[in-house]
Every structure is written in C-alpha cells, then in structure tokens.
Design a protein around this ligand. Structure first.
Ligand code: NAD
Ligand code: ZN
Length: 359
C-alpha cells in the first residue's frame, strides 16, 4: 500500500547569481505589520565580512550574529524569542542567512514567536498550534536541504528532533550560489555530502517512491559532477551543489533518511559532532548497508584530500556508546524506512553499537 503524501512547498524561490542583491525588494512587501521591524539571524562567520554590509537592515530592525559551532538548541530559540518579544514586540518577519544551522534557527524562531511555551514541547510532527511569522532563508553553504525541508532540527534536553509541520517551511528562499564561495574545503565537502547521503538514504529505503527517487537520482548525478569531475572553483560547481541540496531536501520530504542519519544523530547529541562531519564518519563504515555508494564516497574523499576521523571509538567509553545507541535506536521512523516495518527483527542496540565501534 502506498503512503499518502501531501506536503507544503516553499512559497517563493529566487535562484541565481546576484539574487541576494534583491533581498530588499523581497522583504519590502512584508514590512507593514506588527511592530514594524524585521529580524535577521546571520552566521557570525559574516561579522565584519563584506556580505554583512550588503544585508538590507533598516532602522529599527534587529540583526543577530549567531555562532553555529554548536548545532541549534531549544534553549537558543527560546531565549532569542523571549528577548526579542520582551524588548521589541512581535517582528514582521525573520530572515536567516547562513548554513543549515541558521536555516533551522530562522524556521524554528518563526514558529516560536507565535506559539507559547518552550520549543521542547513542539519537537515532533504537527505539534505546533499556530502559523509562525513570515520567514525567509538565504543559504550560504550547500547540502543540508534545510532551505526546502519541512523541519527545523533542534537539540533539546532529551532529543535531537525537528519542529516539523507545514508552517515550518520557508515562505521565501533566496538561493545565490555566489554566497558559498568562501566556504573552507573540508566544510564544503562535509555539508555537500549531506546532500549525497540524503539521496542515497532516500532511494534505498522502503518509503521511496517515484517522486522521491527522481529528485534523488538527479541530485546524485549533480553531486557526482561536483565532487568527481569539476574543480571546486568552477562556478558551475557551486550552482549545481546548491540545486542538489534543494532537490535532495525535496526527495527526503517524500521519503526518509536511514541508517547513517540515525547514527549521526547519536554522534551529534552525545558528542556534539556537527551534522555534516557526523554523517561522513558514520557513512564511511556502512558498506554492509549502502554498498557501492560507499566506494563512490571514498573516491570523492580521495579526490579532495579531505580527512574523515578514524579510530575515534577507541576513546569512547561503553557509557558513551550506549548513550549514542539509545539516541539512534529511538528514531523508529528512520529504521522503519531503512529496514521496513519489521525493523526490530533485524536491528537491536547491539547492532547499532557495532557500527559505532567501527568509527
Ligand atoms: P552549519 O550551518 O553549521 O555551517 C557549517 C560551517 O560553515 C559553520 O562554521 C559556518 O560558519 C560555515 N559557513 C557557512 N557558510 C559559510 C560561507 N559562505 N563562508 C564561510 N563559512 C561558512 O552547517 P550545515 O552543514 O550547513 O548545517 C548543519 C545543521 O543543519 C545542523 O544543525 C543540522 O542539524 C541541520 N540540518 C537540518 C536539516 C533540515 O532539514 N532542517 C537537514 C540537515 C541538517
Ligand atoms: Zn542530513
């Protein structure tokens, strides 16, 4: 029996080099409500960077430079929302400029401006009660698909889990590949591989379907061109990777992630390894699940001379491995996708721990 799927899409999408120059005119129609100001959440890598001078901040707007070394937490969202509401009132909208972390901060904050209480209580599917404020995403690094997905992933006291509902999806995105030019090679690779891994997991699991598969295959071809054929500096490479990220994200909306992401969530929650790197650390050792895709992934690693940490588990205590396995095990939607509804017959905590011990 096929699953019924009916999802919200991003309402407006600008794409192309120089699109960022139109941000002012994109924001303008959304400026006349509430207390009359906009909030910009910007990765602090852009503090003092020429891009910061190009952000169309008007008098009265709030601009927050946020460090994304740690993945976004429920506390960060609650504090930001409480501070802005108490000092300034309800904003007209929020614009996120940065990577997947900033995309999620913009999406989650949009919802939390209008939904009372802590974001912790909304981690999950369709728990949000009210539509958020207008929100716009401007990605500056490609791979996560967070610009197009219906989830805002947050690390809370217990879970790393998204606020997931139709209202999470951006009202507007501005995809300008020029903005990704300064990403360091390692980070470019780790985040770019998120798109490759999304597509592999989307295709190989039980919830795949024509819609998700077609997007994933096209995005995989683009990843191959980017990571196996083109020079990093070739502008075509940045253009393709931005679209691969977007299409990988759409593919996932109609499918699901799998084993690699479940293990990656454990690494991020317990050891604070960032998403892209955590995926690469896990994916490297999943040949028994993802076969030839792992060989292709290793060819990409070799071509770019990127390092994926090895031998890490030697420094992990049994408690650490237990804790990561517990986080991973409690993501049944991922296991269901990877192994089918009877996943508990082929997967237990010991099998998960064995994967962690390979890392
Ligand atoms: P990130 O947002 O943490 O950014 C990675 C690094 O790249 C940061 O240090 C940042 O400062 C730097 N950076 C970004 N743009 C840059 C630029 N143009 N020049 C120089 N440096 C730049 O990483 P990410 O991999 O994009 O996102 C990971 C986050 O996204 C995690 O929090 C993960 O949970 C989340 N995520 C969300 C979804 C979703 O669907 N919502 C999907 C996948 C991942
Ligand atoms: Zn991912």
């Amino acid at each position: 029996m096929s699953l019924f799927r009916n999802f919200q899409s991003v309402k407006k999408t600008a794409f192309g080099r120089g699109s960022f120059n139109h941000l002012d005119e994109i924001i303008e129609p959304h400026c006349d409500k509430n207390a009359g100001f906009m909030v910009f959440v910007v990765d602090d890598v852009f503090k003092g960077h020429p891009l910061a001078d190009r952000i169309p901040v008007k008098e009265g707007d709030v601009i927050e430079f946020i460090n994304t070394w740690k993945e976004p937490t429920t506390d960060l969202i609650d504090d930001l929302r409480d501070r802005i509401l108490s000092e300034r009132g309800m904003p007209n909208g929020i614009i996120g400029i940065g990577g997947g972390g900033i995309m999620d901060i913009a999406k989650a904050s949009s919802l939390m401006f209008t939904n009372e209480g802590s974001s912790v209580q909304y981690q999950g599917l369709n728990l949000i009660k009210k539509e958020g404020i207008w929100h716009c995403g401007v990605p500056t690094i490609s791979g996560t698909g967070a610009e197009v997905s219906m989830t805002a992933v947050l690390t809370g006291p217990v879970k790393k889990l998204g606020l997931k509902c139709d209202w999470t999806v951006f009202d507007q995105i501005v995809m300008d590949p020029e903005l990704t030019a300064g990403v360091p090679v390692d980070q470019w690779f780790y985040t770019g591989m998120d798109s490759y891994i999304h597509c592999v997991e989307s295709i190989t699991g039980t919830k795949n379907n024509t819609f998700s598969t077609v997007y994933a295959h096209k995005a995989l071809d683009m990843c191959r061109e980017v990571f196996l054929e083109l020079d990093r500096d070739d502008p075509k490479s940045a253009d393709l990777l931005m679209i691969a990220s977007y299409m990988g994200g759409i593919s996932l909306t109609y499918s699901e992630v799998g084993v690699c992401h479940a293990l990656s969530y454990g690494l991020s929650k317990i050891l604070e390894v960032r998403h892209g790197l955590a995926n690469c650390m896990a994916f490297y050792h999943l040949e028994d699940v993802y076969g030839d895709y792992i060989h292709e992934f290793k060819t990409m690693i070799d071509k770019h001379g990127v390092s994926i940490p090895q031998g890490q588990s030697a420094g992990w205590s049994e408690e650490t491995i237990d804790a990561m396995a517990e986080i991973a095990y409690n993501l049944p939607h991922m296991w269901d996708h990877a192994f089918g509804p009877d996943w508990e017959k082929v997967l237990d905590r010991d099998r998960i721990k064995e994967w962690y011990r390979r890392m």
